[in-house]
Design a protein around this ligand. Structure first.
Ligand code: NAD
Length: 340
């Protein structure tokens, strides 16, 4: 299947080429999909996009005009794709669910550890031959209460890891997982209880209309003073302006963010020679109790291998007209119905 891969970074090229094994006719370009780059898809039956690409309503309409029939998202989250519009346009969309929940969960716990034990400051200090410990005092994770918002694939692995640390676990999810209650003693509670009991809150829901700005001023005002907030899900789950206020009034003690509400066009690119125009990001970067990573939680060799192989599984399924297990639209069934 002739496929255009948007937003291909140098580090993922080889994984894509290896997984394809010359099966599909693929073109890899670094540009992100947007209303101004959708025309590049002309002549391609399928495109593949990542989290920073824009497949909103107008872009999907444009893709339809260019003749695109399939969108293979190289990510779990697909909040950047207008699925409804894709269905209208008869464009099938599939994602890569659960490619490595460990990669993201381990990164989330890494952010907790780095913030709590002030590892970045410690490293900077010792490189200046300052071997004092006075400003590096943290706390034991053992015995602390951690609230996990979203106990799906990634949230479950976080629960498993933190159970190992000896944390008390609270969970909030619209779908409860009884195994987490049995295995790790996780207790499902309402959001308000999770907010006011947790020493650390870690977010692992997808971004949807109900989770957009789930963490806003009202939510933050319910949190324990000095709470640590970790977000490796999607930036839009947190209202950043309210997060900054929470950090300034010290309700939030620390924030570890792998994702940011306005990351598109910033994260994944080298802006070291540019003046940052984003004042909220500038503010967050100026705070020593905030640790930001550039949407890198997925970036492990294991995850990259699985993302590439599943993307080609999706393309193979479409090409062979067999059920694509990761299809997000209902078109695959329509296509089959049309055949029989
Ligand atoms: P998942 O579908 O297994 O889990 C998501 C959970 O969120 C589900 O249990 C679901 O019931 C819950 N949920 C959905 N809406 C909710 C609501 N309104 N209130 C409470 N809970 C709700 O997905 P996953 O594989 O665990 O991934 C979670 C998210 O992590 C993805 O959607 C993606 O946005 C993000 N992610 C980030 C990276 C990264 O590199 N930072 C990588 C992969 C995934």
């Amino acid at each position: 299947m002739k496929t255009l891969f948007y937003s291909v970074k140098d580090f993922e090229k080889q994984y894509i080429i290896n997984a394809n094994a010359d099966t599909h006719e693929i073109s890899l370009i670094p540009e992100a999909l947007s209303i101004s780059t959708a025309y590049k898809a002309k002549g391609y039956e399928a495109i593949s996009i990542f989290t920073g690409d824009d497949a909103s309503t107008g872009v999907v309409k444009q893709l339809k005009q260019e003749g695109v029939k399939y969108i293979a998202v190289r990510a779990t989250g697909y909040d950047n794709v207008d699925i409804h519009e894709a269905e209208q346009a008869e464009i099938s969309v599939a994602n890569v669910p659960g490619y490595s929940p460990h990669a993201i969960a381990e990164h989330a716990v890494g952010l907790m550890m780095a913030l709590n034990r002030k590892l970045i400051t410690a490293n900077e200090q010792v490189h200046h031959k300052n071997f004092t410990v006075g400003n590096l005092v943290g706390f034991d994770l053992h015995g602390k209460t951690v609230g996990i918002i979203g106990t799906g694939k990634i949230g479950s692995v976080v629960a498993k890891i933190l159970h190992g640390y000896g944390c008390n676990l609270l969970g909030y999810d619209i779908n409860q997982d009884n195994k987490l209650i049995e295995k790790y003693g996780l207790k499902y509670v309402g959001l308000a209880s999770l907010f006011n009991q947790s020493d650390i809150i870690t977010i692992h829901t997808d971004l949807n209309k109900d989770t957009k700005y789930l963490i806003d001023k009202a939510a933050i005002s319910n949190m324990k003073k000095g709470v640590m907030l970790i977000n490796t899900s999607r930036g839009g789950v947190i209202k950043t302006v309210d997060l900054i206020e929470g950090l300034e009034n010290k309700t939030i003690g620390n924030a570890g963010l792998d994702v940011y509400e306005k990351e598109r066009g910033i994260f994944f690119f080298d802006h070291s020679n540019d003046e940052l125009q984003d004042n909220m990001l500038k503010k967050l970067l100026s705070m020593s109790n905030v640790l930001i990573t550039p949407h890198q939680a997925f970036a492990t060799t294991n995850a990259l291998t699985k993302i590439a192989s599943t993307t080609f599984y999706n393309l193979d399924s479409w090409q062979q007209n067999i059920e694509c297990a990761n299809e997000l639209t209902s078109l695959s069934t329509h296509r089959h119905n049309a055949i029989f």
